[in-house]
Design a protein around this ligand. Structure first.
Ligand code: ATP
Ligand code: MG
Ligand code: MG
Length: 386
């Protein structure tokens, strides 16, 4: 059978690899960590840094197609891979997305809706942005995820410290948006342009890290359709093959804004493995292998809660038996060796008859799994109807 290569062997690569293997594909992975999560599912793991061109070429030469689970891959490495095999997604969309400023400027130039932002080249620029816009978030241009590499500012006087904290390098400063709720839309696209758009997921973050996600989002149908057309338009314009996750804010004024893009599977669609006709992981395999895309229909409302290292640091082992007594719940661990604060170790999921029930169940399952860490997360259950 054909072989799929992965740049990155974290949990996203691992879950995609499970789906790929079920479909008869062989998996090879390149990751700097010899103990990476995808290792157990791959027939071969190349341990090398992501800027190692020779290692990437070695992967490319033994694979029919190469995809990725992280966007921080140097364009020279992407070019080297593309010389030897099909690279999906290709260099162009990844290049735009991997730099936060470039991504925002591209979205702005294409006319997609964004909150106010500034590319700050000095502490003085950061200060000016806060004077103009009020509360802001400064974000490093490369490599940030789960809210890392971000500093929140309320006063212009905090600019010097923020600039320092981000390493004294050019950064993106965004006006703090007044968020009503957050959603994301996943889109899959084949080489010939065929697309499949998922219904929006509703997402909740604590300190910049995803706490829970639920699908369907239970928002006004007009907002749902608007978000889906926005995500499809971005996908088409950026010309990606594979998956594109579009993270959005809906403001307290009812405006739909793009937060950021991800050219890969996304944490907010882990529930797609439970209640949807086609999981995001299977969909990625279909897209990059140029197979017919699967239905994005929601068969059962589904929700997930992230399990961070804190769970294990507080109480080892977690109270799994209690957690799994919740109807419709399931535990998915990524097989990572060391628990560290903020490290994503796995997730709980639940299905239900409604999104509200699925979310209620997964939050209850979380409370039972780790009563010790409830205080660190916002597990309060909102009323989803709108
Ligand atoms: P990810 O893990 O999704 O890649 P990230 O580190 O790239 O996260 P962002 O998506 O930029 O971070 O921000 C994380 C969260 O912080 C958002 O989902 C949102 O809750 C909050 N946030 C980010 N930017 C803003 C903003 N401009 N206004 C208000 N809240 C924001
Ligand atoms: Mg991000
Ligand atoms: Mg994000």
């Amino acid at each position: 059978g054909a072989t799929i290569g992965f740049l990155g062997g974290g949990q996203l690569g691992r879950m995609t690899a499970f789906a790929a293997r079920s479909m008869g594909y062989d998996i090879q992975v390149l990751d700097p960590d010899a103990a990476c999560a995808a290792r157990a599912v791959a027939s071969r793991t190349i341990t090398a840094p992501f800027d190692d061109i020779a290692a990437a070429v070695e992967l490319a030469k033994s694979c029919d197609v190469v995809t990725l689970e992280i966007e921080q891959i140097h364009p020279d490495v992407l070019d080297a891979v593309a010389e030897h095999t099909a690279l999906r997604p290709g260099r162009a969309p990844v290049y735009i997305i991997q730099d936060r400023i470039r991504q925002k400027e591209w979205l702005h130039a294409q006319g997609f809706p964004l909150g106010a932002f500034v590319a700050a080249a000095s502490a003085a620029d950061v200060e000016a942005a806060v004077r103009e816009h009020g509360a802001c978030i400064a974000k490093s241009t490369h490599g940030g995820y789960d809210g890392r590499g971000q500093v929140r500012l309320r006063e212009p006087e905090q600019a010097a410290d923020a600039w320092e904290a981000l390493g004294g390098r050019t950064c993106l400063v965004e006006k703090m948006v007044s968020i009503d709720y957050e959603i994301s839309v996943m889109v899959a696209r084949r080489p010939g342009g065929e697309m499949a758009v998922y219904p929006p997921s509703r997402n909740h973050h604590t300190s910049g890290i995803l706490t829970w996600a639920v699908i369907p989002a239970v928002i006004a149908p007009e907002m749902s359709e608007k978000a889906q057309s926005l995500a499809s338009a971005i996908t088409e314009r950026i010309g990606i093959v594979g998956l594109l996750a579009v993270e959005c804010f809906v403001t307290t004024e009812g405006e739909l804004l793009v937060n950021e893009l991800a050219p890969r599977p996304h944490n907010t669609y882990h529930h797609s493995e439970r209640g949807l006709a086609t999981s995001q992981f299977e969909q990625l395999v279909r897209a990059v292998c140029d197979l017919p895309l699967g239905s994005t229909e929601v068969h059962a409302p589904s929700a997930i809660v992230n399990l961070l290292g804190e769970v294990w640091l507080q109480h080892e082992p977690p109270h799994t038996t209690h957690a799994l007594q919740v109807p419709g719940s399931r535990l998915h661990l990524y097989g990572k060796a060391g628990a560290r604060g903020g490290r994503k170790m796995g997730h709980l999921s639940a299905v239900g008859e409604s999104a509200q029930q699925a979310l209620g169940r997964v939050l209850e399952s979380y409370r039972r799994l780790s009563p010790e860490t409830i205080a660190s997360f916002d597990v309060h259950e909102p009323v989803l109807a709108r």
